[in-house]
Design a protein. Structure first.
Length: 70
């Protein structure tokens, strides 16, 4: 468990360093929607979305594993 925490802390430091070095404002466009946002904030948002997707996939995997009786 401590190894996971250490790896997560190192990755968080690397993401923070990367985000701070890339703080320019960028324009995000999707269909008819457009917004200008700091690249650092965009990096953190993408990280958060990735974490949420990972949690959902893990929960689905656990539910399907428990439903199959393993």
């Amino acid at each position: 468990m401590r190894v996971k925490i250490a790896v997560a802390a190192i990755l968080l430091v690397l993401v923070t360093l990367f985000a701070v070095q890339n703080s320019q404002v960028v324009e995000i466009r999707l269909a008819f929607w457009s917004v200008e946002i700091s690249r650092a904030l965009l990096i953190y948002l993408m990280l958060a979305i990735g974490i949420v997707i990972g949690w959902f996939l893990r929960a689905i995997w656990r539910l399907s594993r428990n439903a199959s009786g393993e």
